[in-house]
Write a protein that binds this ligand. Sequence first.
Ligand SMILES: Nc1ncnc2c1ncn2[C@@H]1O[C@H](COP(=O)(O)OP(=O)(O)OP(=O)(O)O)[C@@H](O)[C@H]1O
Ligand SMILES: [Mg+2]
Length: 478
Amino acid sequence: MSIQRILVADDEESIRWVLSKALKKQGFKVDLAEDGKQALSMLRSTHYDLAVLDIKMPGLQGLELLQKLQEESPQTLVVIMTAESTMENAVAAMKLGAYDYLTKPFDLDALDAIILKAQKAAEVSDQIGQLKEELQDQYRFGRTIIGNSHPMQEVYKTLGRIAPSDVTVLITGESGTGKELIARAIHFNSPRLGKPFLAINCAAIPRDLLESELFGHEKGAFTGATDRKPGKFEQANGGTLFLDEIGDMPLELQAKLLRVLQEKEITRTGGSQTMQIDVRIVAATNQNLVEQVEGKQFREDLYYRLNVLPIDLPPLRERKEDIPSLVEFFLQRAQQDLGVSTIECSTEALSQLKRHNWPGNIRELENVIKRAALLSPNHVLMPSDFPGLLSGQSKEGQDESLEALVARKLENSLAQMDLQELDNLYEMVLHQVERPLINIILQKTRGNQVRTAEILGINRNTLRKKITTLEIDVKRGD
Ligand SMILES: Nc1ncnc2c1ncn2[C@@H]1O[C@H](COP(=O)(O)OP(=O)(O)OP(=O)(O)O)[C@@H](O)[C@H]1O
Ligand SMILES: [Mg+2]
């Protein structure tokens, strides 16, 4: 918050006039009130960053107003104006929480100085607030989530909305995109944070064991069950159970899981007693569950039960702008955990990393950085520290150049057209390239035309004209 809107309340017209003129000249939005009552109703209906109040006004006096403001709108800083004869009042004002006071007659420099001081204080308190939030986030998330790209911000928004509730969450995303990290973040941002977070990987545990791992078993329930054993559901009671690779859960168990979700009770294998449990389920998969439902490998009813609130994590190749901060983060971690002395990544190496397609996503990036930091003799990582990075990139056909792709498309399309009929083929084709290009960059900059023009390397006016002629719909980001 910085100071933008100021209320001046004084019953003397000349004072209102002088102050309003001086403050407006400095770019503040200024409103005026003639007495305490009017000031109060204005302060109630509009947010003011600063209020300059005369101590003596008919009706409601400055000090009473200050007291009310402290209760109702403590963010508003108050400066009290007082005549010399009422110095005690100034002291009282400060005690009541006024930010500062001015003695009349005052020169405008004194007011400027106060505003400047308030402005600085507001900035510092903003910074402190931000730092606090960051610290708290780090603490609550357990581990830091890096990335400020647009798709990640969308993820954070959903996270913030759903974490506090008990709703079941399904996290989807390719391997290594951070599904487990997000699952933990959900738990550590929920009221369950003091209770256990348990994870079970449905793909890694043999199907025969999975059932007893989840639901527990009684003594003698099957050969080898020499003791009774509580399952993960029981152990996680009150907390969160993370069912990783849920797509690999055998169908029989899916039915059992569905019952648990519906009835909130479990029965140990070989047991007859049911137990009430209160566990929040977060599930994850890198498979396409819709396809699995179609192929009857995944129960449709369970899918709908789990998919109440999906979070789809973007692959790294769709948020390459996050690469530099991720690299920095993993390098720091390598220094702490492995004691390596590599401290940064050269710009050349960074561009090389940005060219890679990252099929293994963040985990692949993490490993690549760790390995390079361990093996490199340099303090600064160079492209030569990432040998073989680009070789793993091309999957057949996927990396066909744009030019080759366009040529192929064009040949096909033109073969079906009557070329004699066309009079503006050149423009028509160019538009089809221009429109998506401009659209994509506009989306990336969230509708910022100045940035878009910069990135495209064209003039702002040119961009504006193109937007009109190409009938591009500009949506401003939030
Ligand atoms: N946004 C991020 N910021 C920092 N580290 C991240 C981020 N996303 C993932 N990681 C790290 O990358 C690694 C892989 O993440 P995680 O295990 O959560 O991925 P996953 O989607 O569960 O992968 P898989 O499908 O292979 O199980 C972890 O070490 C995790 O800490
Ligand atoms: Mg995982």
